[in-house]
Design a protein around this ligand. Structure first.
Ligand code: SF4
Ligand code: SF4
Ligand code: FES
Length: 239
């Protein structure tokens, strides 16, 4: 069993399991650190940097989702510098692709939109890129609008680690990076996709949507994913 560590988060002394992340330890005492690429049940990749916290003195910036607690660690989750960084990250995400919430299927049910509210984003200080990316509606049940994608790779990890299909992957580099299905072919022609819908449930924005969903209709049910993860951890399906 992992040794218990004693640490301080935002001035509160807490105990946490030695294999816990700062994100998990903070959540247990009711401190909610903002996240975007993190999804309970799949491995963390530390991609979005929204969960940055300050550790130690002088403070180092570390991602809470992929940093394990250690003895006598001093963590701050809500400083002026962190608030400024989080706001900048959200603004950059809005500037990079086309997040026009008013005409999005996920309007009102979107984690990016919620984050913008939480970090107090009332305008974007960066120039919009407006990339004009494709929308793939070749799958019989789902579609993917790359203009809404924030490259969190939650779809990639859920499809690989929970469904075991590994239909999604990330192709290309830098600003040209995109999630692709199989060998970068139309999703509807994928040989590996089982049409389970887990990627659609995992997507935090309107990028992966159920076909036929109208604006503001795309509610997700994350409890489906956590049910599957818990059942697998408890080996409920093993005979
Ligand atoms: S529907 Fe299921 S199998 Fe198909 S891409 Fe999404 S998660 Fe993978
Ligand atoms: S399609 Fe959705 S889940 Fe997949 S990387 Fe883009 S935003 Fe994340
Ligand atoms: S949630 Fe930690 S880096 Fe994205």
């Amino acid at each position: 069993m992992a040794t218990v560590k004693t640490l301080s988060i935002d001035g509160r002394m807490i105990n946490a399991g030695g294999d816990q992340t700062v994100l998990e330890a903070a959540a247990e005492v009711g401190i909610a650190i903002p996240t975007l690429c993190h999804l309970d049940g799949v491995a963390d990749v530390g991609a979005c940097r929204l969960c940055l916290v300050e550790v130690g003195d002088p403070p180092r910036l570390l991602p809470a989702c992929s940093t394990e607690v250690f003895e006598a660690m001093v963590v701050r989750t809500d400083t002026e510098r962190l608030r400024g960084l989080r706001r900048m990250i959200v603004e950059l995400l809005f500037a990079e692709r086309n997040h026009v919430c008013a005409v999005c299927v996920a309007n009102g049910h979107c984690e990016l939109q919620d984050l913008a509210v939480r970090v107090g984003m009332d305008h974007v200080r960066f120039e919009y890129v407006h990339p004009g990316l494709p929308v793939d509606i070749s799958h019989e049940r789902f579609g993917v609008d790359h203009n809404r994608c924030v490259l969190c790779t939650r779809c990639v990890r859920v499809c690989d680690q929970i469904e075991g299909a590994h239909t999604w992957d990330v192709a290309f580099r830098g600003a040209g990076a995109r999630v692709v299905t199989d060998m970068h072919q139309p999703w509807g022609t994928s040989q590996t996709c089982t049409s389970c819908g887990k990627c659609m449930q995992a997507c935090p924005t309107g990028a992966i949507f159920r076909k036929g969903a109208t604006v503001a209709e795309m509610e997700r049910d994350r409890s489906i994913l956590s049910f599957l993860v818990t059942a697998r951890e408890k080996k409920q399906w093993n005979v």
